[in-house]
Design a protein around this ligand. Structure first.
Ligand SMILES: NC(=O)c1ccc[n+]([C@@H]2O[C@H](COP(=O)([O-])OP(=O)(O)OC[C@H]3O[C@@H](n4cnc5c(N)ncnc54)[C@H](OP(=O)(O)O)[C@@H]3O)[C@@H](O)[C@H]2O)c1
Length: 411
């Protein structure tokens, strides 16, 4: 009897331990909060600023062009909900000089108080085939999209940790979840953001600071219009397989996720699917999210076998379509042999593509078997267990450090 009670206790503690990374943070209150938005003079960044302002926040807009900043300020101020609200404009290049970025953030904090939320939205896209892109393009995109997110975050993090409050938002892209034709420079700069965000989240979570990575789809902004001018044909065609979102819709979702402290912020059903497929060992901030990801990955595990060579993960075939032949049906999900009755593999939109449930002669061999369902679920569960243990290591070290600091002071 005693043994059984002990076993139950151990199981309960283990369960708590596993579920600990899934505990949602307290939502951030935006009324009166200071929100800094880099890239806030245009497109998604401007809409994020408007969304926060509508909810009572004080805003600092950061971008280079002063005229655009002042124009955006006027537009944002139309949405005030009380006469105390302020929109501050700062003209700086976030990608060039860390000390300059640090200085302007300091000035903003002196005027509007410590930063409660930082949205790293300044960014740009340049596309072209790998061999056609200048080496300087790789350097430029890494500098603006990646370092341009590192510098402002580095400038606010110490205060956020001290105050035990804060949100840092990184605006990546769906091209930061999957590599796409023409985006060798852009995708890699956006993938880098996720690595930064995952590592940073593990460091700052014990201080009640939460990180959000947003993965917007194509969005109707001046930046997107500019990018379209130089897109290679393939990139343009891939882009056309999905619809273009409105920046207001994207901004609303990002702000909502940041307030909740959700690590992942995706938009629409394509975004949800991509995020679930590419979640890896990324942090999760609610039990529902963790469960959904395990279930989603499990049920789609086999659908990846549908991909034709040369097709990207959005289902758009770039190379000529694969012809159906009467060759022997293959067993493995990753075989490139087409099967009789398999769906057309080109110009198939993401959701149609993933809804394909092919069976060969009524044999559901492409559907996941029970073993696979269990294995995938198990893998995600083990991943959560590891995340829990990493979090507890971080917390333990933090407590130890705090103890030795107290000991040092009293000595
Ligand atoms: N639109 C899309 O389809 C889409 C999709 C996925 C992800 N995204 C990402 O979302 C973010 C915003 O995109 P958007 O389409 O809204 O772009 P946008 O309309 O071109 O706005 C970009 C903003 O960033 C600022 N900026 C650019 N470089 C900067 C620098 N070095 N220093 C300071 N500010 C800088 C711009 O102002 P100044 O030029 O005056 O500095 C502007 O305020 C970007 O990170 C982009 O990669 C966009």
């Amino acid at each position: 009897m005693l043994l059984l009670a002990a076993a139950f206790l151990v199981a309960f503690v283990l369960l708590l331990y596993m579920v600990s990374p899934l505990i949602s943070p307290k939502p951030l209150a935006l009324p009166g909060a200071h929100v800094v938005v880099t890239g806030g003079s245009s497109g998604i960044g401007k809409c994020i600023a408007i969304e926060c302002y509508k909810q009572g926040a004080f805003i600092t807009l950061v971008a280079r062009n002063e005229d655009k900043l002042l124009q955006a300020k006027k537009e944002i101020e139309k949405h005030s909900i009380n006469d105390k609200q302020v929109v501050l404009c700062i003209s700086v290049d976030v990608s060039q000089d860390y000390s300059q970025v640090e200085n302007v953030i300091k000035q903003a904090q002196e005027k509007l108080g410590p930063v409660d939320m930082l949205v790293n939205c300044a960014g740009m896209s340049l596309s072209g085939k790998f061999e056609d892109l200048e080496v300087s393009t790789f350097e430029r995109l890494m500098s603006v999209n990646y370092l341009g997110s590192v510098y402002p975050s580095r400038a606010v993090i110490t205060t956020m940790k001290e105050r035990r409050v804060g949100r840092i938002v990184f605006v990546s892209s769906q091209a930061g979840q999957l590599g796409l034709f023409g985006f060798t420079a852009y995708s890699s700069s956006k993938f880098a953001i996720r690595g930064l965000a995952e590592a940073l989240q593990m460091e700052v979570k014990p201080y009640n600071v939460y990180v959000t990575v947003a993965y917007p789809p194509d969005t109707d902004t001046p930046g997107f219009a500019e990018e379209n001018k130089t897109k290679p044909l393939e990139t343009r065609l891939i882009s056309e397989t999905v619809s273009v979102c409105k920046p207001e819709q994207v901004a609303k979702q990002i702000v909502k996720d940041a307030i909740q402290g959700n690590f992942n912020s995706s938009i629409g059903s394509d975004g949800y699917m991509l995020s679930s497929l590419t979640c890896g060992m990324a942090p999760v901030t609610s039990i529902t999210e963790g469960l959904q990801q395990s279930r989603f990955r499990t049920s789609l595990g086999k659908s990846e076998g549908l991909m034709a060579p040369g097709s990207n993960q959005l289902g758009q075939v770039v190379a000529p379509p694969v012809t159906q032949d009467a060759g022997p049906p293959s067993r493995g999900p990753h075989s490139t042999h087409p099967r009789p009755g398999a769906p057309e593999r080109h110009h198939c939109s993401t959701l149609v593509f993933l809804n394909c449930r092919p069976t060969w002669h009524g044999n559901p061999q492409w559907l996941p078997s029970t073993t696979e369902v269990v294995t995938m679920g198990l893998f995600r569960t083990i991943a959560l267990f590891y995340l829990g243990s990493f979090d507890s290591i971080v917390r333990r070290c933090m407590m130890q450090r705090a103890k030795s600091e107290v000991a040092d002071k009293t000595a």
